[in-house]
Design a protein. Structure first.
Length: 427
């Protein structure tokens, strides 16, 4: 199963035929994954159960609504390298990040900083700033922003570790991406966790762009907490149920600040006696019952991951991304068309496969939106992060080497078409 291609049998991706012949080449799975075909089947099953069983659906059928999230969390735990009781499926990523920081961020007069990337995803930045303000502290002094060296786009491992060593006794929490959303850089989470713990810091990760993309070993690395969404590489659909991780070493020492009835022990939950028997660990952080429909969508995708396995997907991903890089470098170096040099293209994702997932980010100093529009018109899709970063993700679960070859040809044609249209605007 090393290179099994999922698109024809288990994933749907009909974005319309190009010239009445070929389907669109989809390279935007880093933003929203394609729909597993079983999603519709599972949703229809639950809609039918709701219609026929109504309230009894909570305890009957193949997916008892009361604990179905726990049933599928074992598959999720395998993907992130965790024990089953270290993972919970709940809420959305930003909500989970708030809940986890409420429990883990305990600033003192000396140790009150949160370390994060200067270019952290905006939602993470907002969460951290608001959490700091909740403690009547100033985000400008308590947010320790790590930045790339001058003239560079990505963070060097040695710079991250030296910052942790230098500032560690003032850092309460280290919160970094697993894979950086803009550059596609994969951080060395094991060494960051080790360095942070050596300095007495709590270490957590936002795995939105890492889960389902790279191999993770959260338990083995000793990560304190993590959270992630499921609609990118995990293909659960827009707004799909998110995941959270709390290491078992923290199960009894770290407790949720906000409590809901779904954090109450299942046997105690329906006695309605208002007596809390809090579930230890991350499952005690759950506030309310998750949507069965969102859980169905996630189940359909997790089944594919279980069959394919992350090691096999990662092996294919490394090869697929290397092939994409090779073809993109030919465009960047303008090996066949001198006009392409005028665009001043630059790859900002690390070239080392160990330091990236499947996303490659291409900096286009000008005309990025016209290029994207031309690309989609010709039958290929990726995305842009303003002002000028084109993100391309050959997802191993459903993209092929043929997809990569066709995408790069269409991208090159799009670049040349834009150059011809806008010659006066390109120096």
């Amino acid at each position: 199963m090393t290179h099994r291609h999922k698109s024809p049998s288990e994933m749907t991706g009909d974005l319309g035929l190009v010239n009445g012949e070929e389907q669109c080449v989809y390279m935007a799975g880093n933003s929203l994954g394609l729909q597993p075909k079983k999603v519709k089947v599972y949703l229809e099953e639950e809609l039918d159960k709701w219609a026929k069983l109504a309230v009894h659906g909570h305890f009957d059928g193949a997916r008892p609504w009361v604990y179905f999230d726990e049933i599928i969390s074992s598959s999720m735990a395998s993907i992130v390298g965790a024990k089953e009781n270290e993972v919970a499926l709940m809420n959305g990523l930003t909500v989970n990040l708030h809940l986890l920081l409420l429990a883990f961020y305990k600033p003192t007069a000396k140790r009150n900083k949160i370390l994060l990337e200067e270019k952290a995803f905006p939602s993470d930045y907002f969460v951290i700033a608001s959490q700091i303000e909740m403690h009547n502290l100033d985000p400008t002094s308590c947010m320790l922003l790590v930045t790339p060296r001058e003239g560079e786009q990505t963070l060097r491992r040695e710079d991250l570790l030296s910052t942790i060593e230098r500032e560690g006794d003032t850092i309460a929490v280290i919160l970094l991406s697993g894979v950086q959303y803009l550059t596609g850089q994969l951080f060395d989470m094991a060494s960051i966790t080790h360095a942070g713990h050596n300095m007495g810091c709590v270490v957590g990760f936002d795995l939105a762009h890492a889960v389902g993309n790279v191999e993770l070993s959260l338990h083995e690395w000793g990560v304190d907490f993590a959270c992630w969404c499921s609609y990118k590489y995990l293909n659960s659909g827009a707004g799909g149920v998110a995941g959270a991780f709390v290491h078992e070493k923290c199960m009894h020492s770290v407790k949720p600040v906000l409590i809901g009835w779904w954090g109450n022990d299942r046997e105690n939950r329906f006695t309605m006696e208002n007596k809390l028997k809090l579930i230890p660990g991350v499952r005690g952080f759950r506030l309310s019952n998750p949507s069965i429909f969102l859980s169905c969508s996630l189940q359909a995708s997790l089944e594919i991951f279980t069959e394919a396995s992350m090691p096999a997907l990662r092996k294919k991903s490394v090869q697929l991304t290397a092939y994409l890089e090779l073809l993109l470098q030919r465009i960047i170096n303008a090996e066949s068309k001198e006009q392409l040099k005028r665009l001043k293209l630059k790859m900002i994702t690390p070239t080392d496969p160990v330091q990236r997932g499947c996303q490659l980010s291409l900096q286009i100093p000008m005309l990025s939106q016209p290029v994207l529009q031309e690309l989609e018109r010709r039958g290929a899709m990726c995305d842009i992060r303003e002002p000028n970063i084109l993100r391309v993700a050959p997802v191993p679960l459903y993209n092929t080497f043929g997809d990569v070859h066709r995408f790069v040809k269409l991208l090159k044609d799009s670049f040349l078409a834009v150059i011809l249209k806008d010659q006066n605007n390109i120096p």
